[in-house]
Ligand binder design. Structure first.
Ligand code: ZN
Length: 168
């Protein structure tokens, strides 16, 4: 797998990406976020195994509380696809989405969610809530959890350990 900045494409001769391939890209995005002082979370939007968006958390960089990786990737995907309705999109994200991002997946009518580490403190896709599978809402989507979860969790642990060291 190459660098995260240049998403692989079906036309590039590498063939469609698996969700595991996409998670490697999402982890690279997360690493880029950490380098900019943002909590390392990355998200990749796939359509038929082709990357249509790859973003990372930019909350600190933008000073914007809604600049989570998932929100940015969904917005990019909507521009690329020319529609807000993202039923063809599989979103691959390193960390279990929060309530805002899970809500955005439902609002986008997203096709599928794949995430890495569970988030017991804020996760809304199985941990605290299950917004992607709530029949009271107007859309449900299949969720796959635990893809490269250890790598995702290690990025977060390293980030917060380093931050604690600089504060004290
Ligand atoms: Zn979020």
């Amino acid at each position: 797998m190459g660098t995260c900045a240049v998403p692989a494409s079906v036309d590039g001769g590498t063939g469609p990406l698996t969700v595991d391939d996409a998670m490697v890209l999402a982890l690279a995005e997360a690493t880029a976020a950490a380098a900019l002082g943002d909590v390392p979370v990355g998200a990749v939007a796939l359509v038929d195994g082709m990357v249509v968006a790859a973003r990372h958390n930019e909350r600190e960089q933008r000073g914007n509380p809604t600049a989570h990786a998932e929100i940015l990737a969904l917005a990019d995907a909507a521009v690329v696809l020319g529609t807000w309705r993202l039923s063809e999109v599989t979103l691959v994200v390193t960390l279990e989405p929060c309530p805002m991002c899970a809500g955005a997946l439902v609002a986008a009518r997203a096709g599928r969610l794949v995430f890495g580490a569970a988030d017991p403190k804020a996760g809304a896709c199985g941990s605290l809530y299950n917004l992607c599978a709530d029949p009271r809402l107007n859309h449900e989507l299949p969720v796959t959890a635990g893809v490269r979860a250890d790598e995702s969790a290690a990025l977060l642990t390293d980030f917060f350990d380093a931050r604690r060291k600089t504060v004290t």
